[in-house]
Write a protein of this length. Structure first.
Length: 296
């Protein structure tokens, strides 16, 4: 196996040209059942669709169609000279779906993908039938420590441009992915995938997150919703995740994982993701909202 070999199964990758907008890299799986719901995968800050959702790809393909988009400036995503804004990223996703002939989706938003999914639902309500939020929040600016944290972004930008970046990333990935993890053989690939990110955009995306606040309007979206609460999350506190779940009146599945549990606990993450999407799909089919809470 090559040192930078990717995980054993990734969905087919393709470039989607959106006239007047640009080229977007997506991972796409079309389920044999034409009635299977389509899931739109929206990854987090500094990740890509593959890094965020590779653990869930196989499980999702058994029951759903799905499209995973690399956001602008992330992974293989669309390059733009315009500043990174969350609503622009939401519009990107809607434009890609339209170009692929997809008229309705269940949007999964992990971390930064959560705000993108909320903006997508608000701006394109005809597209989003349901929401699955994962390890994300209503806002990241309510408390002083959070506001101070975002002020470190210029230092992050300098670090990302540093010649030491590969070394730092190798250490970080080695810390997150233990030697006994099923993803340990793919750590070099994960480092290389992370290095695709555009440093300027990483800083701008952080600034966009520092301005994000969906508290005034999230509760008005009115679509069936579900929430994965990462109960050991040190980046997005579980309290903040539950506040979002309450605002969306979402069913909740709790997983005892940290913020990068999608990689660190792949089986639990995949199982929870399929469970949440399935519950939203059932609610959509029955025309009802999800009110129950449960845990695994």
């Amino acid at each position: 196996m090559r040192a930078d070999a990717p995980p054993p199964w990734l969905p087919r990758g393709e470039i989607v040209l959106v006239p007047g907008r640009g080229e977007f890299f997506v991972r796409r799986h079309v389920h044999p059942d034409a009635n299977a719901p389509t899931v739109l995968l929206l990854h987090g800050w500094t990740a890509s669709a593959d890094l965020q959702f590779m653990a869930a790809y196989r499980a999702l393909r058994e029951r759903f169609s799905f499209v995973g988009i690399d956001h602008r400036g992330h992974g293989r995503g669309f390059r733009s000279t315009q500043p990174f804004e969350l609503d622009d990223v939401a519009d990107d996703a809607a434009a890609v779906a339209a170009q692929l002939g997809i008229s309705s989706v269940i949007a999964i938003g992990y971390s930064m993908g959560g705000p993108v999914a909320l903006h997508l639902t608000r701006r394109h309500p005809e597209l989003v039938d349901g929401l699955v939020m994962q390890a994300t929040a209503l806002e990241w600016r309510a408390r002083l420590p959070e506001r101070l944290l975002w002020r470190l972004l210029p230092a992050l930008g300098a670090a990302l441009r540093s010649w030491t970046q590969p070394r730092v990333l190798r250490r970080a990935v080695g810390y997150v992915v233990s030697d006994d993890s099923p993803y340990a053989p793919y750590r070099p690939w994960m480092v290389a995938e992370t290095m695709r990110n555009e440093p300027r955009v990483m800083v701008e995306a952080g600034r966009a997150l520092s301005r994000y606040d969906a508290r005034p309007w999230a509760s008005t979206l009115g679509v069936p919703s579900a929430m994965l609460v990462a109960t050991r999350d040190r980046l997005v506190k579980p309290r903040k995740q539950r506040e979002l779940a309450n605002a969306l009146r979402a069913t909740v599945v709790e997983v005892p994982m940290d913020h990068l549990g999608a990689i660190d606990m792949p089986d639990q993450f995949a199982s929870a993701t399929v469970e949440l999407v399935s519950s939203v799909a059932i609610a959509i089919a029955s025309g009802s909202e999800l009110l129950a809470s449960d845990s695994i």
